[in-house]
Each structure stands twice: as C-alpha cells, then as structure tokens.
Design a protein around this ligand. Structure first.
Ligand SMILES: *[C@@H]1O[C@H](CO)[C@@H](O)[C@H](O)[C@H]1NC(C)=O
Ligand SMILES: *[C@@H]1O[C@H](CO)[C@@H](O)[C@H](O)[C@H]1NC(C)=O
Length: 424
C-alpha cells in the first residue's frame, strides 16, 4: 500500500482536533452544569395516629454538642434499615393532631455513585470570620423579587425557603428540639415579604399576565443583582454595588412588610428525634411546612451536587432574617470550608434567626445556556461541634446538604407521590 494521500488525512486530522476541542469544552462546561441524578424512591409504608404533642419546648438560639463532620467519621455508615428509620417521619396538623409514617427506601444501590468521602482531610486552623460581609436587602425592588422573595420568616424565629408554590423548607430545630415540638408550632405561621399593595384587588385579577411580565424583567433585575453573583470578585466590589442598590431606591419605596400565612402541616424526619440516629442527628435538621394558601411567589427548586468544594465557583449563597437586623432580609455568600456527604461547614457571617435559610448555588441547566439557582442545603446555624467525639468543641456554621436520599424524601413530602421524584 502506498502512502495515504494528504487529501484523506487532512480532514481526519481536522476532525480529531474539533472533537478534542469539543470534548474539552464539554468538561469545562460540565463543571458549571447541574448534574442529573437518578434518586432513590422513598415510599410510605404505614401511617398511624399518635397522641397530640405538648408543644412545650423552647427555641434554642444556638445548637451545641453537635457531632459534626470529624466526629461522624468514627461512625459506621447507616444500613438501609437505619436509613428507613431515620427517614420515617412525623406530621403535625394545624388542629394539633399528629401522625407517624414509616417509609421504605428503594433503589438505593442504583443511584449514581455518591462518594462516601468527598471531604479533604486537611485540618484548618480556626478561621476568623472577619468583618461582617452580610448585605441588607432593604430595597423592596430586590427583597420582594426572585431570588430573595423565596426567603421566608418562620413565626418561631427562624428563616425558611419556598421550595414549591406552597411548601417551605426550614431547619427541624426551628420546629422541634429533639424531644418535643416548640411552643408556638401549633399556631405556626410563615411570613412572606410583600410590598404594601396599593392596588389591592386590581393586581390580583391580572395575576396571569404579571407572571409573563416577570420573566421579561429578569434581565434588568439580574444586572442589579451583580452584587450577588459577582461575589467572587471580592468584597469591596460587592460592597460598592450593595450601596448603589440602596441609593437607587425609588421615591415611593416603602419598606415591605410580612404577610403571614398559616401552616397546614409540618413534617420532620425521625432522624432528628433524640435517641434515633445518635451521632447523625445533625444530618436530619430539616423540616417541610405546607402552607394553607400558596403565596403567589416564585419558589426555588432543590438540587443535588456531589461536591460543593470542587465546583469552579465553590461559593454558596443564602438569605434569611437575622435577629440583629429585625424585619430586614439579609443576604450573604461565602466559600465552603469543609464538606461531608451530609454536612457543610462554611464561614458565612450569620446571626440567629437565619437558621433554616435555603443554601443555594447557581449552575447551568443541562443543554441550556441559562443559569439556574437551586437549593442544595439548609442552613442549620452557628453550632458548637464536637470535633473528635471527646468533648472538644469548635464553632462552625453548619448546613445540612440535600443528598439524593433527602431529595427523594423532601420531593415526596412536597408532591405526595414518589413517582414524581425519580430524577434530581
Ligand atoms: C385534624 O386534621 C387532620 C388533617 O386535616 C384530619 O385528618 C384529622 O381528622 C383532624 N383531627 C381532628 C380531631 O379534627
Ligand atoms: C474515607 O476516608 C477515610 C480517611 O481518609 C478512610 O479511612 C476511609 O476508608 C474512607 N472511606 C471510604 C468509604 O472510602
């Protein structure tokens, strides 16, 4: 055989080069794209009535003695049986009655690999939180618009996030202290920041039209929100932008106020209750509240990612109602310092009141250019963490991660049907 003519070889080489470039682009792009997961199924087994709770517990501003990431390393991973126990749950209704539902978990082994150890072993020195890098979202232009509008206040003093038109995700400790429901849970309400409406009924009738319009407005709004997304460029820039937003306040802007909605039912995983999951309790600090009426505010979807630290912009965001700035929504972002499958440590500035906030990140939707924010965790709060199980405590800001299994459970609570919850 003679030499291969150049005219045959050349297109092949060009093709190879093109493929190589595309492949590289894909890997870069993948890092910025929401992964798609097959998640396990959480199904209801039985529901039995329980006696009404006494609703006598008092809220704790700060949790201590938490078995955190380091301490949990000494605990064997839970069996399927254990997981079914931890994910079984209690429901409390607005009339004060309570039920217990046991669940079964299916397809745990078919789930895309969720590595046991994503965390680096490096031990950080206790980092100083430094200057306060929280932003008060004072202008109703922002505080009542997406993504900030998804943040809600819980009447027991915490924050939460809308994860469906009428469901709020929050921290379990905002509802239950591990032994009993908090005083105040029987009349639990959720506050949504709303502009003081002047139009009253008129605005309501146009609900359908407004929704379409809101989409269009997104572009302008996103520019205003550079403060949020450009966080990576450093604080000074962020600060400047924050200021600009405040000074741009329009003349007629009154401070938005809370519109309160009653909670119809509350669901908490049994893993949160004392004596059930031992050292893993911190992993189950989440609860879902169903509202009596949908507040007509956009919600934020849940998302699952294998590692936050490995993301190119490994930065998380959350907004809540910190106690030291009453009535104001407070936004912050920061990097994750350490993560396990179930928990995140971070150094975002936060005060009590922001517990229960939805921790989110922004990635691209598969096959689309558009960025989408999703909730990947629930902020548990500032906690004293038992580092090695020997009583030595260190303080961290802890968040509970949305794992595939927790995604499955929360999705089931929201939809009431696990077949709608197969892919995250
Ligand atoms: C309380 O509410 C639940 C759910 O709506 C209902 O199933 C139950 O029968 C009610 N119980 C009482 C005593 O009213
Ligand atoms: C997780 O990491 C620890 C410490 O590096 C190691 O001892 C352990 O075997 C790892 N576990 C798994 C399941 O890889």
């Amino acid at each position: 055989m003679g030499p291969i003519p150049l005219c045959v070889l050349l297109p092949v080489m060009v093709l190879t080069a093109v493929v190589a470039v595309t492949a590289e682009e894909n890997t870069i792009d993948d890092q910025y794209t929401w992964p798609q997961w097959k998640v396990p199924l959480v199904r209801k087994r039985h529901t039995v009535p329980l006696s009404s709770p006494s609703f006598a517990a008092h809220p704790q501003p700060e949790l201590s003695g938490t078995c955190g990431i380091e301490c949990q390393r000494h605990i064997p991973s839970p069996s399927l049986n254990d997981l079914e126990q931890f994910l079984s749950y209690e429901t409390v209704y607005e009339n004060g009655t309570r039920t217990y539902t046991s669940v079964s978990v299916h397809g745990l082994n078919e789930v895309t690999v969720w590595p046991r150890n994503t965390s680096s072993r490096s031990r950080h020195k206790r980092e100083v939180y430094g200057t306060d890098t929280r932003f008060t979202i004072a202008d109703k232009q922002y505080s009542t618009k997406y993504p900030f509008s998804t943040s809600v206040k819980i009447s027991t003093g915490c924050s939460g996030v809308l994860v469906s038109p009428k469901h709020v995700l929050t921290a379990a400790h905002c509802i239950h202290d591990g032994k009993d429901y908090l005083d105040g849970v029987q009349k639990l309400r959720v506050g949504i920041l709303k502009e003081k409406s002047r139009r009253g009924k008129g605005g309501r009738g146009k609900g359908g039209k407004e929704r379409g319009k809101r989409r269009k407005g997104d572009k302008v709004k996103e520019e205003g929100l550079e403060m949020e997304e450009n966080g990576g460029r450093g604080e000074r820039k962020g600060r400047g932008k924050g200021k600009k937003i405040r000074s741009r306040r329009s003349v007629d802007s009154g401070k938005p106020s809370f519109k309160w909605t009653r909670v119809k039912k509350t669901q908490i995983p049994k893993g949160w209750f004392k004596g059930v999951s031992d050292g893993l309790t911190a992993d189950y600090d989440y609860a879902v509240l169903e509202l009596k009426r949908a507040p007509k505010v956009n919600h934020m979807d849940l998302g699952v990612i294998p590692s936050v630290k490995k993301l190119p912009a490994g930065r998380i965001h959350f907004s809540g109602f910190d106690d030291d700035r009453p009535g104001n929504l407070v936004y912050r972002f920061c990097s994750v310092s350490e993560e396990s499958n179930d928990l995140l440590y971070q150094y975002c500035d936060a005060k009590p009141g922001s517990s229960g906030s939805g921790v989110y990140i922004r990635l691209k939707e598969p096959g689309k250019k558009k960025w989408k924010r999703k909730i990947i965790g629930v902020f548990s709060g500032h906690q004293w963490v038992d580092v090695n199980g020997d009583g030595m405590q260190q303080d961290y800001n802890v968040a509970v991660r949305i794992t595939p299994l927790k995604y499955a459970q929360i999705c089931y609570w929201v939809h009431g049907d696990s077949s709608e919850c197969q892919v995250a």
